[in-house]
Ligand binder design. Structure first.
Ligand code: IMP
Length: 501
């Protein structure tokens, strides 16, 4: 007979934290948000940690190289999406590892035989008006020119005009060379009144742009997540099918950690993938696994050797898995159950396997709750999709600026490996939707504000670190009647006076 769990599974909004004693030490400036990213033995330090407990979702509409750079600079980590060719994904990883403050890999590139119509399309898609013209149209191809909006007049020109006819050709370009410092690049920009300076290598291949508008932004950030060679840390999503081809390319590109991206991770496929990685690389390649929603799933993946375990089925904002397949579990209950199993596992084996709460974070306080319930860090999709640095276009929807955000299981993402169960290589049914989320500005500003709130709440709980929060948090269920009190109520709100996130 089937097993029935008598308690309903619950989500974050059904809980609140009860403040604990805060000493005078409990101030935001004293809170340390460092948290382990990979498994470690009792008494040892983890090989990798995060400086803030936030990672970005393995999704086309969230985690590309530009978001990964912005997030690592704030102390978190992105997992570059795997629903693209291994080569393209490896290139994004390489871009993050090669990142130097102020030197930006070009993400709007075009070939000379393409047309004005293609330029306009690309501008719409990327939001960038400065485009590199490379021989093969790739990011690091041989630079043959640059196109900016000053080079064409849409009303006067035939959309079929080839780029080569109106670009500024290489011979007329002012460029910088590999090895140049940011100061030298900026001096050229100022001397020649440029908006952007392409930087090329000895073979005329494009490396980066340096932009005038970025001039002020290059202050060091104390929480920046760096490896031993002072390069930013970056992760990458993998699947349980093409790992033999994909993993070597990602490792070669410098990925610091991988994560098996699957909507249901309690499976032999995950074991096979981890076994293959361990056989080929031993422990030197770190790999997270998931998703699971109970202690049994956690223990399976921990025994398989996963470096961290990801929790969550069906709670994502763009997710319709529960509707289409009837599987899942309320995210709060799943986290509480897995955290208990993680602690028991640590007790028994002396190995601490960090856990990540993935999906369903709506308010900032949900992040604090997830960690109070035992999560070591959280994975966010919708949250990051709203920022400037996410890969998607800004669009105006009924007068409001929005960004596009779509699920990896939507027809748009067509992430076969993740959702197709091993049968025909085509999408049988959708598990995610295509949507808009309100545009919210820069990652730095938003993450700063969110962290401030998390730290303030931790202070209210008397916790100056995430492990202390795990120990000290007092959590209560709220009745459906009292949930009404969570927001402003029984008053008439003045327009736009209450910002929820
Ligand atoms: P969010 O932060 O609530 O937007 O949730 C993001 C999470 O949803 C991701 O990290 C994935 O675990 C999950 N997810 C992404 N795409 C899909 C989908 O198409 N269907 C179901 N879940 C998805």
């Amino acid at each position: 007979m089937a097993i029935f769990l008598d308690e309903p599974s619950r989500t974050f909004s059904e809980y609140l934290l009860i403040p604990g004693y805060s000493s005078s030490e409990c101030i935001v400036d004293n809170v340390n948000t460092q948290t382990p990213l990979v498994r470690y033995k009792r008494g040892e330090e983890p090989a990798l940690h995060l400086n803030i407990p936030m990672v970005s979702a393995i999704m086309q509409s969230v985690s590309n190289d530009s978001l990964a750079i912005a997030l690592a600079r704030e102390g978190g980590l992105s997992f570059i999406y795997g629903s693209q060719t291994p080569e393209r994904q490896a290139e994004m990883v390489r871009n993050v590892k090669n990142y130097k403050a102020g030197f930006v890999p070009s993400d709007a590139n075009i070939a000379p035989e393409m047309t004005l119509a293609d330029v306009l399309d690309l501008k719409e898609k990327t939001g960038h008006s400065t485009m590199a013209v490379t021989e093969d149209g790739t990011q690091h191809g041989k630079l043959v020119g640059v196109v900016t909006s000053r080079d064409y007049r849409v009303t006067r020109m035939d959309p079929a005009t080839p780029v080569r006819e109106f670009m500024t050709p290489f011979e007329d370009l002012i460029y910088g060379e590999e090895g140049m410092t940011l100061k030298e690049a900026n001096d050229i920009i100022w001397d020649h009144k440029l908006n952007a300076l392409p930087i090329i290598d000895g073979n005329q291949r494009l490396l980066y742009f340096v932009f005038r508008k970025d001039y002020d932004f290059h202050k060091q950030n104390p929480l920046e997540l760096l490896d031993g060679q002072k390069r930013l840390l970056v992760g990458a999503g993998i699947n349980t099918r093409d790992y033999e081809e994909r993993v070597p390319l990602l490792v070669d590109a410098g990925a610091d950690i991988l994560c098996i991206d699957s909507s249901e991770g309690f499976s032999e496929w995950q074991k096979r993938t981890i076994d293959w990685i361990r056989e080929k690389y031993g422990d030197s390649v770190k790999v997270g696994a998931g998703n699971v929603v109970d202690g049994e799933g956690f223990r399976f993946l921990a025994d398989c050797g996963a470096d961290f375990v990801k929790i969550g089925i069906g709670g994502g904002s763009i997710c319709i898995t529960r509707e289409t397949k009837g599987i899942g579990r309320g995210q709060a209950t799943a986290v509480i159950d897995v955290a208990k199993a993680r602690d028991e596992y640590f007790e028994e084996t002396g190995i601490y396997v960090p856990i990540c709460s993935d999906g369903g974070i709506v308010y900032d306080y949900h992040m604090t709750l997830a960690m109070a319930m035992g999560a070591d860090f959280v994975m966010l999709g919708r949250y990051f999709a709203r920022f400037d640095e996410s890969p998607t276009a800004k669009v105006n929807v009924n007068g409001t600026t929005m960004k596009e955000y779509w699920g990896e299981g939507s027809a748009r993402a067509r992430n076969w490996q993740r959702y197709d169960q091993g049968g025909e290589a085509k999408l049988q049914f959708e598990e995610g939707v295509d949507s808009y989320v309100p545009y919210a500005g820069s990652l730095k500003d938003n993450v700063g504000q969110t962290l401030h709130k998390i730290k303030a709440t931790m202070c209210n709980c008397g916790a100056l670190s995430i492990p202390q929060l795990h120990e000290k948090a007092k959590i209560t269920l709220v009745s459906s009647t009292s949930i009404v009190e969570n927001g402003a109520h029984d008053v008439l709100l003045k327009a736009n006076s209450v910002q929820k996130i």
